[in-house]
Design a protein around this ligand. Sequence first.
Ligand code: NAI
Ligand code: MG
Length: 363
Amino acid sequence: SVEKLYKIATIPGDGIGVDITEAAIQLLEKVAEVDGTFKFQWENFDWSSKNYKERGYYMPPDGLEQLQKHDAIYFGAVGWPDVPDHISLWGLILPIRKYNNQYVNVRPTRILEGTKSPLTQCANKPEDLDWVIIRENSEGEYAGQGGTTHENSPHTIATELAIFTRVGIERIMRFAFETARSRPRKKLTMVTKSNAQRHGMVLWDKVFHEVAKEYEDVEWDKMLVDAMTVRMVNNPQSMDTIVATNLHADILSDLAAALSGSIGIAPSSNLDPTRRYPSMFEPIHGSAPDIAGKGIANPVGAFWSAAEMVRWIGKGELDHVADGLMTAIENVTAAGIKTKDLAGSANTKEVTEAVCKEVEKVL
Ligand code: NAI
Ligand code: MG
């Protein structure tokens, strides 16, 4: 039989990004071996903060072209205390998102089997907290416009321009409505701040209402971002799909991850829905310098991201593999094999090996 080959670029980056990327590759190799209809071809890129300090760059000048030869990108985390965070983010992850047209960032959150939400009103049934946050991934406050003048004087001026375009808003709203429509509850909550931010956010609202007319089967509501944090804590059952700007969704998705148990379980997919450029898959957490090198990072967010990567590259043909992978992950959490952040005592390696073993049974 002819096996399909998927070319994956891996960028482990810094800190626990290295541990969890290694764990994800080990798991995906196991998945391909057990399934037997496809294979991965890995190419590793050592674009890290340590190498930045030696070379003076994260990505070489042809870095983006090198990535574009792949079917997908698997990313660990970037950032280390000895390099300013805006240098590492703008040196690596933000240009990859921007120049590969990854205008959607999908961040699902739910309470996994055998784990607990810190929220007391969650009985920890699956329906207690089951959200998909759709993050606008190309503009807003992260567009990169602005500047600094009169530097090193008492009158230093710095501006950070939030960019909102009709095209950018329309495409993210459409993706959010399609996501809401594809889920059983067909429910979308739109997050805004159009009371205080009276230009960009007003356009955001206006385009939302226009697109909503095309999706009459989707029930929607609208929240100001500050009130949204309260609703996420007090009434998690009341939401399903959530759409928010780049900045708002960045913050809300960390909160969502914590409310579902740990930031260590949360995945994210940076998608180019046109499929012209490779999409990128990464856990939402950072390099976690406080636990790096100890072998105790939770690999679940990395595994969930890997499952979403399989789903994406399979274009509908590998959904059963992605679903099987999620079942394997949840069988392991349900069995109590968990890292410390989930109140367990297993290390990264033990969780990884347990999920690999489960894959043999489930797939
Ligand atoms: P962080 O996500 O690295 O860590 C926050 C806290 O969560 C820490 O206490 C950490 O130990 C814990 N944590 C995170 N992931 C975990 C896991 N898998 N298992 C167990 N515990 C986990 O965020 P922080 O500390 O704000 O940032 C550290 C560095 O990472 C910074 O340089 C930051 O810029 C960078 N960063 C990079 C991101 C990326 O590459 N996409 C995203 C967020 C931060
Ligand atoms: Mg973040």
